[in-house]
Design a protein. Sequence first.
Length: 227
Amino acid sequence: MRILLTEDDPALADLLLRACRQEGYSVDWVSDGVAADLALSSETYDALVLDLGLPRMDGLDVLKRLRKRGSHLPVMILTAREAIADRVAGLDSGADDYLSKPFALAELQARLRALVRRHHGGAASASLELGKLRYDTVSRQVFLDDEEIELSSREREVLSSLLHKAGKVISKQALTSAISSWDATVGSNAIEVYIHRLRKKLEPAGITIRTVRGLGYLIESSDGPAD
């Protein structure tokens, strides 16, 4: 999962970057509203963590411009503005969640997981399942027939992206974007390596990752189509 973090306090930004990366997310950080607007216009993200008191362009204006472009990107406002009027303004402008500073990192991480689950239509479940495969989105553990299998953080991210689109094709570009950040770019050939590793671990249990020539990859189970 790739996240854009907007925060003008470098110390807090560093803390948030480390917390998100511990969860296995790829994170890009910008410290002002103009840079945030540019990134949102030119890059693909799975979620936005948005400070409101940004230099050069206020966070609410960033959010309004994002929604005006027709984007449905999940947005969590993370700000010191805690008045009811500020909360109402943020939610009315298109935010999906609102967390006031100070906050607990564990709560931020949990809210981000819930935000992305809701965005992908999985609000009622904390796991992604396909045949004998189960991916716990909270613990980030992967199970085959209830036996945990070991995956690297990037293998988990590729698998998560595939499972969110189970039964549908996801492009190599989308998979690359999901595990890349500005300071850790991943080449398209790396996706082929991760797909190869996942196939070796999953195919014995009837989970297949098919290559759809010219389009991307599709994950499916021999037990039947995804729900």
